[in-house]
Design a binder for this molecule. Structure first.
Ligand code: ATP
Length: 332
């Protein structure tokens, strides 16, 4: 992966070409979404979402599978129509803002018979832009693969290529749908580095993720979405601080241990074979656990300070990893 900076990439914020520069002046947000609602049949996938991405901000939409993140992005991108609500990009409706945004789709659509360089040229021409495919590919760490057909890329290379496509028009706002899902840890960190560089260039970034760590390390602000609704938002540190001084005692124990009523515990959840007990006095709780389960019963016990994971748990009542379509459906 290239660690190029703005100067060496040649990527920079283009001057406005469609007369909308006035709208960009001042404090107009890159994205402003109000009261978004989307039904699929009887399923309310998006249930009144409001969100704002300030110019230059990196905002992460964090939520489990099926939370409504992709649907929200697709409405913001103009790919789907909402049933209610409004979307403005840099104070403009989609049609006028198209030139300003770059979109990485979850399932990146490319032309398999084209090489990477040809595909970039094609996408740039659709925006009426000129770009140097070699430079762009080099920048995302695919410089060697300019002549490779797009259907001959590995999964990780496809992800990076889809980011290159999103940059074809040198966008002010980049929308990334789960940019690191399915990547190995090394490729994930490379992608994070790339996203950080784009952010440092002053671009606004809206990304979705179901990786708590990704939101924590990348985002200026996190919007937690569950079952189509915003349940919390703020910077990672603000969200964590709102939890106060409570910690989480976790241990491997059977669900039948029924630890919800343990003295000193303010909230308890069971997930993946482990109990998670919120409390402000872990010493007291460990003592009570010893009485209840015996010292042999304290398996893989750990005590952790508040994290974004705890914020998610407190706000939604479940772990992000617990969720899949079925779980989401059951909680509705
Ligand atoms: P993931 O992280 O798995 O991509 P998500 O948070 O992006 O999930 P969405 O893809 O927006 O969630 O899906 C929200 C809900 O809408 C889910 O219940 C999903 O099954 C449903 N859904 C999404 N797309 C469609 C569609 N085209 N037709 C019908 N239902 C849909």
């Amino acid at each position: 992966m290239s660690t190029a900076n703005t100067a060496s990439t040649g990527l920079h914020l283009l001057p406005e070409q469609d007369g909308s520069i006035q709208a960009l002046a001042g404090e107009v947000p890159a994205v402003s979404v109000k009261g978004l609602v989307k039904f699929y049949g009887a399923n309310k996938a998006v249930d009144g979402i409001d969100l704002v991405v300030k110019q230059g901000e990196l905002l992460a939409l964090l939520g489990p599978n099926g939370a409504g993140k992709t649907t929200t992005l697709e409405i913001i991108e103009g790919l789907k129509k909402s049933d209610a609500g409004t979307v403005e990009l840099f104070g403009l409706p989609h049609k006028k803002a198209r030139r300003l945004i770059g979109v990485q789709l979850q399932e990146g659509a490319t032309y398999s018979e084209l090489t990477c360089a040809e595909c970039i040229q094609l996408f740039a021409s659709l925006y009426g832009c000129q770009t140097d495919p070699g430079l762009l590919l080099d920048w995302v760490g695919l410089g060697e693969l300019a002549k490779r057909r797009t259907d001959q890329l590995s999964g990780g290379q496809k992800r990076r290529f889809s980011i290159a496509l999103a940059l074809c028009n040198d966008p002010r706002l980049i929308i990334l749908d789960e940019p690191t899902t399915g990547l190995d840890p090394h490729s994930r960190r490379d992608t994070w580095e790339l996203i950080r560089l784009l952010h440092k260039q002053g671009r606004s970034i809206l990304l979705t993720t179901h990786y708590i760590e990704e939101a924590e390390v990348l985002a200026d602000r996190v919007v937690i979405v569950d079952q189509g609704r915003v349940v919390a938002q703020g910077s990672p540190i603000e969200l964590i601080n709102e939890l106060g001084s409570e910690v989480t005692v976790s241990l491997t124990a059977p669900e039948e241990a029924a630890l919800k009523d343990l003295p000193g515990v303010t909230a308890a959840t069971f997930s993946g074979g482990r109990w998670y007990l919120r409390c402000s006095n872990p010493g007291e709780v460990v003592g009570e656990l010893t009485l209840r389960l015996g010292s042999q019963g304290l398996k893989e016990l750990s005590v952790n300070g508040p994290s974004l994971e705890d914020v998610f748990l407190v706000q939604t009542g479940h772990h992000i990893g617990d969720d899949d379509e079925n779980n989401s459906g059951n909680r509705r």
